[in-house]
Each structure stands twice: as structure tokens, then as C-alpha cells.
Design a protein around this ligand. Sequence first.
Ligand code: NI
Length: 184
Amino acid sequence: MEIQDIYQIAIRYAAEKHAVLNQTLPDSIIPYAVHLSNVAMEILVAASHTKNFNTEFAIQVALLHDVLEDTTVTAEELSTEFGIEVTAGVEALTKNTSLPKDEQIIDSLQRLKTSVSEVRAVKLADRITNLQKPPLSWTNEKKLNYLDEAELILKELRGTNEYLEKRLELKIEEYSRYVTDSKY
Ligand code: NI
């Protein structure tokens, strides 16, 4: 199967699962699938700059990265549709919500560190696409936390993908303009 066909199958599946729950981008009517497509786009561009990169695998993980965390899809269902490797990748990107909120990112990064580089690349791509102009409803504190978290992701996932790390550095710098804090 060509990568374009793999892309279409994965985005249709994920888009539908998020759409039945009426999920949109924050403070917007734009369907959630736009976020998924943005992450996949980052992965496709990064793939063209990266040696030994499994693009077919990474693109599926990118498009499906939020279905376990945000929709009713179970790991078993996902595995039936997309296989165990893709499912393991998505699971590594899924927060353990039974933990206290401030421990979730640490736990998630620990699990990502033992994942293949394509899965870690999706985490970088996810944060890159999310560091656009913040929603108007976000407080300065929330933006600051988000920025700190982005720096933690960059630090902990160093050595994953040079191209995406550079992109994330740039996005962190740009995003700091929306935040009021002496540190930035
Ligand atoms: Ni995401």
C-alpha cells in the first residue's frame, strides 16, 4: 500500500472517532482532525530530512495519537485495525490519567524514552503544532505551564530527531512572546 492510502485510512478513522464526540480545536469550530493532519504534516516534512525513518509507521501513529486518550476507542480495537506496533506507539503517547495531573507528563516522557524514535518524533511534532498562538481563554499561568512543559519535552527527548528539535526550539521562542514572565 502507498503511504497516501495509509494516510487516508488512518485520518478517516481518527477524524470520525473525534468527530462523533464533537471535538474541535480549542475555542474554535474547526474539526479536531485538523490537529491530527498538522502533526502528520510535521512528520512528513521531518521524514524527508531524516535517515532511517519509518514514515509509514510514524504517519499512522501521528494521525491516531489522540484516539486512546480522547475517544472511546480501546487499545484492542486499535490493534485490530492498525496492528500492535502502531497501537503500542499510540499507547506510549497516551497520558495515564489515573496519576495526579502534574505526574502525567513525567510518566509519559519516561515511557516515550523507551519507545522507538518515530514515536518520540510524534511527541515533538504534536507540541510543535500546539505552540501556535494560544486560545484567548488561556491565562498567562496556563501559557507559562505549557511553555515549561514544552521545554521539558525538548530536554527529555533530546537526540530523537534533529530537524524536529530545531523546529520545537524555534516554536518555544516564538510562543514566549505570548507569555509575561521575566524568565522568557
Ligand atoms: Ni495532539
